[in-house]
Ligand binder design. Sequence first.
Ligand code: ADP
Ligand code: MG
Ligand code: MG
Length: 941
Amino acid sequence: MVDVPARSHRASKRYIYAWGGGRAEGDGSMKDLLGGKGAGLAEMTNAGLPVPPGFTITTQACNDYFAAGNELPAGLWADVLEAVREVETLSGKGFGDAANPLLVSVRSGAKFSMPGMMDTVLNLGLNEQTLTGLIALTGNERFSWDAYRRFISMFGRIVMDVDAAEFDGPLEVAKHAHGADAKDTDLTVADLRALVDAYKAVVKAETGRDFPTDPYEQLDLAVKAVFASWFGKRANDYRNSQKIAHDLGTAVNVVTMVFGNMGDDSGTGVAFTRDPNTGEKVLYGEYLVNAQGEDVVAGIRTPAKISHLAEDMPAAYAEFTAIAERLERHYRDVQDLEFTIERGKLWMLQTRSAKRTAAAAVRIAVDMVAEGLITEDVAVARIEPTQVDQLLRAQYDRAALAAATRVARGLNASPGAAVGRAVFSADDAVDWVARGERVVLVRVETSPDDFHGMAVAQGILTARGGATSHAAVVARQIGKPCVAGCAELLVDYAAKTAKSTISGATFAEGDWLSLDGSTGDVFLGAIPTVSARYEEQTELQTILGWADRYRRMGVWTNADKPEEAAQARSYGAEGIGLCRTEHMFREGERLEIVRGAILVAAKATRAKERVAAANAAAAKDGLPATARFDAEEAAVVARFDAAMAKLEKLQQGDFEGIFRAMDGLPVVVRLIDPPLHEFLPNHDEVLEEVTRLRAIGTPESDPEFTAAREMLAAVDSMREQNPMLGLRGVRLGLMIPDFVKVQTRAILNAQVAVRRGGGHPIAKIMIPLVGHVNELSAVKRLLEAEARKVEEAAGVKVDYKFGTMIEIPRGALTADEIAVDAAFFSFGTNDLTQLTFGYSRDDAEGGFLLKYVEDGILPVNPFQTLDDAVADLMSIAVDKGRRTRPDLELGICGEHGGDPESIFKCERIGLDYVSCSPFRVPVARLAAAQAALSGAAERDK
Ligand code: ADP
Ligand code: MG
Ligand code: MG
C-alpha cells in the first residue's frame, strides 16, 4: 500500500478520499473503506490513467450515518464542500456556476458489487441556469437539453422514488412523433425542451414538490439516497443470499461528468479484458457512439462490438486496448472496464475483477498461469467450489440455447439445466413421473407439502420467493435446478396453465419447459443438453491437479458399489471413507433373504445363547458339553443360518468387487447400521393384508395367511417409538452377533480372495453409533474371534484396521477411552448433528428447519453446513482421541464432507481426510486445497 496522503477534516473522522490530476489519496487495497468502485478509481489514477477527478465518501460515513439515525455525521457536509471545491479547481469548472458549470455523477459502491444498490445519477448539478452555461460552453444545444432531461428522470426515479414508467410515457410519445421505430437520437431540441417540462410536471405530481434546482441540495439528497439504498430490500436480500455482512456499508463516489453524447467523436462502452463466457483471450465488449452511461446496457440502441471502435476512433481504441492490457497485468485478473470518450478523449470510469462463467474461470486461471501472470496457488484459490460443481452438471447445448427463445426470467436459485414437462402440483409430478415422464414442477411458491413433487421433478420453477425461499433452499439441497421468484409468471392452478406478463407466452400442463438454474432463464420446449464429462475437461483437471499439491487432507468417497467406487476414483478419490453395507441387503433377491433371517433372528440368537450358556456352565463343572437345540430351536437356527450363509456369500462378492475397484486404496466398511424394520414391509400394509385375508375367510392354515401373520408379528415386535434412537448400529450387532460375524467373514474372505488374485485390498472395519467404549470393546472381541477363524480356515493372515464412527455426543466426549480400541475415527456428522441439536433430520428438514433458516433463527441448515457447536464436539474428540493414540486416523463421512464451508472447518479441526459422494470429489479436492492455503495464510499473519 502506498502512503495515504493526509487530509484535514471537520468531521471527527476522515470520511473523504479524493483523486484527480494524476494522484489519488486512496488506492486499490482500500476496498473496505472506499468500496470496490472507489478503490478502482483511485488505483487507476495512481497508475496514471485518465480518470475524471472526484472523491469517495467512505463506507464508514455510511455506517455512521445509520448509527446517528439517518443523519450525516457532524462536519461531513463541510468536508464534502471542501472536496467539491478541489474538484472545481482540478476541472476548472464551478459547481452551480452558470457560466462554466461542473456536473458530477453520484455512484454507489460497496466492497462487493451488489445488485440492489442505488443506481448511478448522472449530470447532477443541472438546473435552468447551469444548463445555459452548458449550452454556451459546448455550443451544443441539443446535447445540453438531452443531458438535462436525462438528469431529471434519473434523479426523479432514483433519488425521489418516482416510478420509471411515468417518465417512459412522455419519452415514447415524443419518439413516436418521429416514426414508429424512431430512436432517442431522433429527438429535436424542441422535443427535449418539451420533455424537460413534462418530466418536471411528473415529479411535481408524483412527489408533491418541485424538482430541486440547487445543485448542493441535489448532491445532499443523492448522497443520502445512496446510503439509504444499503438497507433497501433488494440489497438486503442479496446480502442474505450471498452471506455478505450487513455492516459493511456502501461508499459514495462523486465523479466529474465526462460526456459520451457530444456527437460522433464521442461514445461510451463496457469491455472485458477476456471473454467472460469462454475465457478466450480477446477484448470483449460493446460501445455506442454519441451515448451516455447506461445507454449501452439499457438496450435503447444496439451497441457495436468493441473491435469496431478501431475503425470509428482509432486513436481512442489504441489507447483503450493498451490500458485494458495494463490493468489486467496490474490486477493479474480479468477486468471489467467502463469508459467514455468525450470528443475523442478517452476517460476510464471503472475497473473491477470480472464476473465469469465456470468454464471461463477455469480457462482463464490455467491460461494466466501459463502466461506467468499468476502462480498455481493463486489459480487454485480463484476458482469457486460451486464453479467446479457447475462444470460437472449437465448443460444446455450452446447452439440450441442460442436459438431458443426465452419466455420468462426469474432468480437463478439453484444451478443446472432442467428439461421436463410442466406440472402444477406435487401430486401431479409424482403421477407423471410414475408414467415415465420427466417433469418441471411449476408453483407459485413451494412448501414442505410439495417435497415429494420436488424430489421427482427435473427442476422447479416458482413465481414467488427469493434465493432463500423454500423452493430455492430445498432445490439446492437436493441438487435440482431451480428458477425462483419469476414474478412475471401468472400461475393458474385450476386451469393448470401459466402466462408471462412480459413475454405474453403461455404454457399448460404437459408442455415442455427448459429451465436454466444458473441464469434464471425459462424457455419453452425441450432444449438438448450435453452432459459434462470430467474426462474431457482438461483445464479443470489441471486445476485440480494443482489443488492436490496444496491440500493437506485426503479426499475419499462414500461408495457402496464397485461402479460408484470406480466413478469416484476417476474423479480422484483416494479411498472409500464409508461403504454402507445395508444397501447390499436391499437389492433384488437379497431383501427376501434378509427378511427371512430377520424374522427368526431373535429366536435363533436366543437359542444359540441358551445352548452356549448351558455348555459353558457344564464345562465349568468339568462336564461334557451336552446341551442341544430342541426340535423347534433347531429348525429356527437352521433357517436363520441358511439365510445368513447366503447373505455372507453375496456380500463377499460385493466386497471383492469394491476391493478390486479400489485396489491399493483404503476401504472403510461400516457394519450394519439401520434399524431392522427398515428391511421389513411397512406395518400398515402388512396389517391391511392380514385383515383382508381374514375378512375373506381365509383358513388359518393357509400358507399365505400364515406368512402374513408371522410377518405382522415380527414387524409388531420390532416397532419402536424412536427408531433412530432405538436398536440400530453397534447395538444391533451386539444383540444379534451373527450380523457382525457374517459381515466380518464376508469382508475378510473377500480380502483373502482378492489378494490371491494379485490385488492389494486395504480393509478397515468400522462400527457405527458407539456411545460407550464398552460397546466397542464387546464388538471388537466378537470380531477378532471371527477374524482368527477366517485366518485358520484360509491358512493366511488377514490384515485390517478396526475403528469406529463418532456420531453420538457421548462418543465424542469420551473419545480418549474409545481410542483405546479404535485405530481410526470417522465423524458421522449427519447423526452427530441430529443428536447435538436434538432434531430428527427427516422431520426437521421436511418441517420447521427451512422456516428456521428463512426466519434467521438458524443462520444455515446445519445438515448442509457443519454447525460450529458440532465442530467443537469434533475438536474435543480429535484432541482426546489423539492423546490416547497419537497416530489415530481421523476422517469425516457425513454429507458435510462434500460441502466447501464444512471442509474448511475440517481443515481447522485437523482431520486427515474428508469423504463425500463420488460426484462431489472434485469440489472437495479444490475446497480442501483452498482450506489448506487459507490456513497457511492465516498462520503466516
Ligand atoms: P454500475 O455500478 O451500475 O456500473 P456506475 O456508477 O459505474 O454504475 O455508472 C453507471 C454508468 O454511468 C456507467 O456506464 C458509467 O460508465 C457511467 N458513468 C458514471 N459516472 C460517470 C461520469 N462521471 N461520467 C460519465 N459517465 C459516467
Ligand atoms: Mg459501472
Ligand atoms: Mg450414522
